[in-house]
Ligand binder design. Structure first.
Ligand SMILES: Nc1nc2c(ncn2[C@@H]2O[C@H](COP(=O)(O)OP(=O)(O)OP(=O)(O)O)[C@@H](O)[C@H]2O)c(=O)[nH]1
Ligand SMILES: Nc1nc2c(ncn2[C@@H]2O[C@H](COP(=O)(O)OP(=O)(O)OP(=O)(O)O)[C@@H](O)[C@H]2O)c(=O)[nH]1
Length: 482
């Protein structure tokens, strides 16, 4: 689901002043974690907030962990700073019951240097216990403190009065823009659906929470079994029984904990029967493994091609890689057995260069070093796989696509064979997974393949598809404006 465009309001303050309680109050759902332990709010949380009809996006930030005002903890500071970029206003919360602390003063000093308008909130102001604390707030030089009780829902009208002039105009402008954009988008989607129907392509919606269908392929002995075992090893949680997809391949569902965010992410490992128990017939090994691997590719979103560091990149690997790309899957390459690799930087650079050479239609395929034995690089590999799926599943906004198209044609106009220019008129995205586009134009038969490659490379680079296979189809079109 796409979030509506709303002005952004960031809630800032030291731990335990009631930021999460305020966030919950504004968003109306128990989205943020509330706890008596200081520093409970670790990550930014966002939600659509309503305040007496004033709508905005509320962002709950991590508390300023360290009580030492001289050394604001870098991570928290950095996070808060990030959430302030693009924010339209900040709600700076302090605790009216405890009064100001040196850390409050430090945050205020820092906030005054930022460009964002601030509403100062004296929270926990119910009853009389906050009275002197409210008055103290004036000394921060951020105007009149707004007494609020986030817990009891008091002071909401005053908060509205203070906040609405800061964001109302922006909210209204965004609303108008959003409506206009939605109307254009609806038109475009209709056109795209028609074009897709003509192409026989289904427009599928991508659910980022769906399990990542991942296949690991590679030549015999590259270490696939070892890698799968390591991934599913001791500390991994198997979430389901092995479900057969076909007679030849099975899927193993498990939850992977992303180390950076601590988030649980679902992965469906597509395994082939042949990958686990292969024919003993040695001379058939090579053929079998490639065929098995490629069956898994059919069911995968992202494919990891495993190389053997002790052997480097071989022709067979390039064949597999090309096949994966032709199938339109998102490809990444992992050099395994890094623990026993020699001359690692030469090896890595050598493989990189050989890949870019051998996969000329798709430069910059993600390349990582891993060890199935020690586990090195495996978390990075999985993170990269999720990122890759994201790009592979992405739909570009109509405005972004048109901006790119205009820019690409301006930078490098299509040639004019025989003095008559080839006209490329408009572009539309007709599919995702992999991203597919149709460009309508005239005299397309004369368009050189190199120009088509230029467009594909540019769309990948400029619209952040990275090394995902992107497909462009050319269609002749009468000028719709004639
Ligand atoms: N009396 C009173 N207590 C409140 C009020 N708002 C929040 N609290 C309490 O203050 C404590 C901290 O609230 P949180 O919302 O978790 O504070 P926070 O600023 O998000 O804290 P961190 O997550 O540590 O940054 C909780 O025990 C709340 O119940 C209020 O208006 N009045
Ligand atoms: N040093 C080291 N050895 C590894 C690593 N990964 C796998 N091996 C070894 O490489 C050999 C092949 O590993 P397998 O996991 O059986 O390879 P495979 O790709 O599944 O092989 P097939 O089943 O033949 O396709 C085994 O001896 C593993 O112990 C690694 O990261 N480091």
């Amino acid at each position: 689901m796409k979030m509506r465009k709303l002005p952004q309001v960031v809630i800032i303050g030291r731990p335990n002043v009631g930021k999460s309680t305020l966030f919950n109050r504004l968003v109306g759902k128990r989205l943020a974690l509330v706890d008596d332990q200081p520093g409970v709010t670790r990550d930014r949380r966002m939600g659509e907030a309503g305040l007496l009809g004033l709508e905005f996006e509320a962002v709950d930030t991590a508390g300023w962990e360290d009580e030492d005002a001289q050394s604001l903890p870098g991570r928290m500071l950095a996070q808060t700073q990030v959430s302030l970029t693009g924010a339209d206003a900040a709600l700076f919360v302090y605790d009216a019951r405890t009064g100001l602390t040196p850390l409050d003063e430090e945050i205020a000093r820092w906030l005054r240097e930022q460009e964002v308008p601030v509403v100062l909130i004296a929270n926990k102001a119910e009853g009389n216990a906050g009275e002197s604390g409210i008055i103290e707030g004036w000394s921060l030089g951020m105007g009149e403190p707004v007494p609020v009780s986030a817990e009891h829902g008091e002071g909401i009208a005053d908060l509205y009065t203070a906040l609405s002039p800061l964001i109302a105009e922006k909210a209204e402008r965004m609303q108008i823009e959003a409506e206009a954009e939605a109307a254009i988008e609806a038109d475009r989607m209709r056109a795209a659906a028609e074009a897709a129907a003509a192409e026989g392509i289904e427009l599928e919606a991508h659910d980022p929470g769906a399990p990542l269908a991942l296949a690991i392929v590679g030549r015999p002995n590259a270490g696939k079994s070892t890698l799968v075992n390591k991934l599913l090893g001791e500390d991994r949680l198997l979430t389901g029984p092995e479900a057969g997809i076909t007679r030849d391949s099975i899927a193993i569902d498990w939850d992977w904990t992303e180390p950076k965010s601590g988030e649980q992410r679902k992965i469906r490992l597509i395994d082939t029967a042949g990958m686990r128990k292969r024919s003993k017939v040695v001379d058939k090994l090579e053929k079998l493994s490639v065929a098995d691997g490629l069956r898994a590719v059919d069911y995968a979103e992202v494919v990891v091609l495993l190389l053997d560091a002790t052997r480097g990149l071989e022709v067979q690997d390039l064949k597999i890689a090309n096949k994966v790309i032709e199938e339109g899957r998102a490809l990444m390459i992992a050099i395994n057995k890094w623990d026993v690799a020699e001359d690692t930087s030469a090896l890595f650079n050598g493989v990189r260069a050989a890949l870019d050479d051998g996969l000329s239609q798709l430069k910059g395929v993600p390349l990582l070093a891993v060890s199935a034995v020690t586990g090195k690089g495996l978390d990075q590999m999985l993170s990269a796989a999720f990122d890759l799926r994201e790009a592979w599943s992405r739909r570009v906004s109509t405005s972004g696509l048109n901006r790119w198209f205009e820019h690409a044609l301006n930078m490098n106009p299509p040639p004019a064979p025989g003095g008559r220019r080839i006209k490329l008129r408009y572009i539309t995205q007709v599919g995702t997974r992999p991203p597919r586009f149709v460009i309508f134009g005239t005299r397309l038969d004369d368009l050189p393949a190199s120009y088509e490659r230029y467009l594909v490379n540019s769309i990948r680079k400029e619209l952040d598809f990275g090394a995902v296979p992107v497909r462009i189809t050319l269609k002749s079109a009468k000028n719709p404006f004639d």
